[in-house]
Design a protein around this ligand. Structure first.
Ligand SMILES: Cc1cc2nc3c(=O)[nH]c(=O)nc-3n(C[C@H](O)[C@H](O)[C@H](O)COP(=O)(O)OP(=O)(O)OC[C@H]3O[C@@H](n4cnc5c(N)ncnc54)[C@H](O)[C@@H]3O)c2cc1C
Ligand code: SF4
Length: 476
């Protein structure tokens, strides 16, 4: 029998809902070593193929048991540019931890006993940050005179920029928003992704010579042809999936019905939780409903509940979801944290119509109860609405968090770039090159909403292909 997993300390729920500080404290050195020592060092380590970028998990865990934290850091950095970030946000229970041999057979996600790979990674990443560990810059003379443009400063764009900058390529990142980081800044709240960690990683890229230009929408401010005319030899598109999906039901345009994107952007990017010190307010209801079951829904609900608490409103925030908790795509930890904090969950609910008052403000969500049917294309059991099961839920603020689609600002003015039926950019999966010569893409704009580590994995592959592409061009 393996020893029980080492838990990481957390700020108690009653304290953490009073603000936006980080919830999970992370392992101490002793805790990291203790947890690492539970690893069986398997001959055939299943955890490694479970990681989307193939980090040598077995090796870095062993290095932790040997107190070789710097060695562990460099092992992770071979495959993952941002261990402090991934150690905090990776859905490890569906990836490396699920694949760990200690996970019970046929379990839909990691078991409690599976090695806490993500917490050990976070410890190692934070160790590297605190001790100023840096990866080597090895300029490649054949390509170091070239300039590459990166569009979008989310994890995909930042990862690609870092990989190329390390080779001595001059990289400029163009970002539409006034701040960089993509979803890591405008979507994921500071209580999960502290901003000093994000700033540290981005400042490190700047120290490698990466230039980041905010308030610059490629496709509006200028276009791809302009970038090539300005002397960029190649372009990487990390545009993300920034356009919210809606339910398409009556009343969705009533006042106080938000998309999760707008709500989270107001709260996290524009710091609405510091209003009036920050200039962007957000409406706060007495009865808040969040529709959806993914990370976005959990983040929106946990932010909403904190805002109620911080504004002396008795917290009443409920997540409504069409399926049951098992099918929820959100990270298990976020579901647990949301529950601990007082977010209520109402499962098997199919929203039918929002109804408002005479002033046009939302008041009620009319719904049907659901039961689970046969599995659909995603492998999850399909929700089936039950005729005649109508009921109403009171709500004076609703947040729709049912998914995101491709941002088409750039692709709509660039016919050379082929897209699929979801408007995602089509790439050669070996090289991540698009149908436009010299233009590569990765992250959520390729294949839709994914995870931070998947976005970085694609960006790394693209950076390698860009390197090969630059080799074929005349030396600058
Ligand atoms: C609320 C929320 C919570 C999440 N939680 C998790 C989690 O816990 N763990 C996890 O692994 N994943 C999580 N995800 C998913 C993860 O954040 C994404 O998969 C990841 O951010 C994708 O990275 P990206 O670089 O492709 O895109 P993004 O992070 O979306 O970044 C794209 C950037 O490109 C910019 N841009 C777009 N078009 C242009 C243009 N034309 N010109 C200039 N700039 C442009 C955008 O402004 C944006 O900054 C979450 C997503 C959301 C929305
Ligand atoms: S599968 Fe689990 S126990 Fe085996 S090496 Fe990987 S983390 Fe350790």
């Amino acid at each position: 029998m393996p020893k029980p997993a080492v838990k990481t300390k957390e700020v108690p729920a009653c304290e953490r809902i009073l603000g936006f500080s980080e919830v999970t404290c992370g392992y101490t050195q002793e805790e990291a070593i203790l947890e690492a020592s539970r690893c069986l060092q398997c001959k055939d380590p299943k955890c490694i193929p479970g990681c989307p970028v193939g980090i040598n998990i077995k090796q870095f865990i062993k290095q932790v048991t040997q107190k070789d934290f710097a060695g562990a850091y460099y092992t992770i950095r071979e495959k993952n540019n941002f261990p402090c970030i991934c150690g905090r946000v990776c859905p490890a229970e569906y990836q490396c931890r699920k694949a760990c041999v200690l996970t019970k057979k046929d379990s839909p996600f990691a078991s409690a006993d599976s090695i806490n790979i993500h917490f050990i990674e976070r410890f190692v990443g934070d160790f590297g940050m605190k001790n100023g560990l840096k990866v080597n810059i090895i300029p490649d003379e054949k390509i170091s005179g070239h300039k590459v443009a990166v569009v979008g400063s989310g994890p995909a764009g930042l990862c690609c920029a870092g990989e190329l900058a390390r080779l001595g390529v001059k990289v400029t990142v163009f970002e539409a928003l006034h701040k960089n980081g993509g979803v890591l800044r405008y979507g994921i709240p500071p209580f999960r992704m502290p901003r000093d960690i994000l700033d540290f990683e981005i400042n490190y890229l700047k120290s490698l010579g990466v230039e980041i230009l905010p308030n610059f929408i490629v496709g509006k401010t200028n276009d791809l042809a302009d970038l090539f005319k300005e002397g960029f030899s190649a372009v990487f598109l990390g545009l993300g999936a920034g356009v919210p999906s809606f339910l398409g039901i009556a009343g969705e345009n009533l006042c106080n019905v938000y998309s999760a994107n707008e709500f989270l952007t107001r709260v996290n990017l524009m710091s609405a939780y510091e209003f009036p010190k920050a200039h962007t307010p957000v409406n706060i209801g007495k009865h808040i409903l969040v529709v959806g079951g993914g990370n976005t829904a959990m983040d929106a609900a946990r932010c909403a509940l904190r805002l109620q608490k911080m504004n002396n409103i008795e917290p009443d925030t409920t997540i409504v979801y069409r399926r049951t908790e098992v099918e929820m795509p959100a990270r298990r930890l976020e579901i647990e944290h949301a529950k601990e904090e007082g977010v209520k969950f109402k499962m098997l609910v199919s929203p039918q119509e929002f109804k408002g008052d005479d002033s046009g403000f939302v008041k009620v969500l009319k719904s049907l109860e659901c039961k689970l049917g046969q599995p659909d294309a995603s492998g999850r059991r399909r929700p089936v609405a039950i005729e005649g099961s109508d009921f109403e839920i009171e709500c004076d603020l609703a947040i729709i968090a049912i998914g995101l689609k491709a941002n088409q600002v750039l692709t709509s003015v660039t016919p050379e770039i082929k897209t699929d039926k979801y408007s995602d950019v089509i790439v050669n999966p070996q090289t991540m090159e698009t149908s436009m010569r010299g233009v590569f893409a990765g992250g959520d704009i390729v294949g839709g909403e994914g995870t931070v580590i998947e976005a970085m994995g694609m960006a790394k592959k693209a950076a390698l292909a860009i390197k090969d592409y630059l080799y074929q061009l005349p030396i600058k």
